[in-house]
Design a protein around this ligand. Structure first.
Ligand SMILES: [Fe+2]
Ligand SMILES: [Fe+2]
Length: 284
């Protein structure tokens, strides 16, 4: 990981566990992301996959470390504690976020698709679970850099939710190497790592698109031309998702790739400083 430099002393732990001071129990507007249908419902779709996905990542990393020789396991204790603590707090807040989406009339199908796959794959060797986790973590790290680098992705968002997404982005960048390094420590091959990534990429594009479309359909917004004009700009615009993500995502397929080959957003350190009042550090 590219250790953030020049941080306040209390945040120099390798993977601090932060409690974000946001409360989503009072709800938030339906079009919370700048009033735009597509970028609101795309991020809603991603959030729907987080609680089940992040629990899978936690389980995978714990199982993976348990496969290492006992003399190596102690060296992983801090990484595992930080990683699981960060992902567990993401799960908690995104579960609150998702509960509000249900109250707003949306339905989470993605978690059902993921639960089915997790059930079917539970007897695979843990190295596969860690490879899947590393692949998803590459997606989240690339997205995180985009969220932090391109303010237009959250322009006009409800402040508490902009805080939620940027906090999550910062922590995904911080722990982007954990599953990858564990996969290597387990002796996972380059070929297996890249094959899993291709599989995950296809599945992610399909499922994120379908859940986004379902969200727009349930919200009664899928037929509005403005939704798709905004989608085009958000996805394919100059500072859009595709331009920011496509090549960094592909880098994962390079032989010998490591997550630290991609720089973290400079905005990470700025966020941690500027939002120091918005979180407390509770472990790590
Ligand atoms: Fe996360
Ligand atoms: Fe993560």
């Amino acid at each position: 990981m590219n250790a953030p430099t020049e941080l306040p002393p209390e945040t120099t732990r390798r993977l601090p566990i932060r409690r974000l001071r946001v409360d989503l129990s009072n709800g938030f507007p339906k079009l919370w992301n700048g009033g735009e249908a597509f970028r609101t419902h795309y991020l809603n779709a991603l959030s729907m996959s987080f609680p089940i996905g992040e629990q899978f990542f936690i389980d995978a990393v714990k199982k993976g470390v348990a496969m290492l020789p006992p003399e190596q396991q102690a060296a992983w204790a801090d990484e595992v504690r930080g990683f699981t603590g960060q992902e567990a707090t993401h799960r908690f807040l995104h579960a609150q976020f998702n509960a509000e989406l249900e109250r707003q009339g949306l339905r989470n199908y993605w978690q059902g698709w993921a639960a089915w796959r997790i059930k079917n794959g539970e007897n695979m060797h843990p190295v596969n679970h860690v490879a899947v986790t590393a692949a998803y973590e590459h997606f989240t790290a690339v997205m995180a850099t985009g969220v932090l680098t391109h303010p237009n992705w959250l322009e006009g968002a409800t402040p508490e939710l902009a805080l939620l997404w940027r906090w999550h982005a910062v922590e995904e960048s911080e722990h982007k190497t954990v599953a990858f390094d564990l996969y290597r420590a387990m002796g996972g091959s380059e070929r297996r790592r890249r094959l899993w990534f291709v599989y995950i990429a296809v599945q992610f594009f399909f499922e994120s698109s379908l859940q986004t479309f379902i969200n727009l359909w349930r919200a009664g917004l899928w037929w509005q031309p403005r939704t798709w004009w905004q989608a085009g700009r958000y996805l394919f615009g100059r500072r859009g998702l595709w331009a920011a993500s496509f090549f960094p995502l592909l880098r994962y397929l390079g032989r010998g790739f490591h997550p630290n080959d991609l720089a973290d957003a400079n905005e990470m350190v700025q966020w941690l400083r500027a939002q120091r009042e918005a979180y407390s550090i509770v472990g790590g």
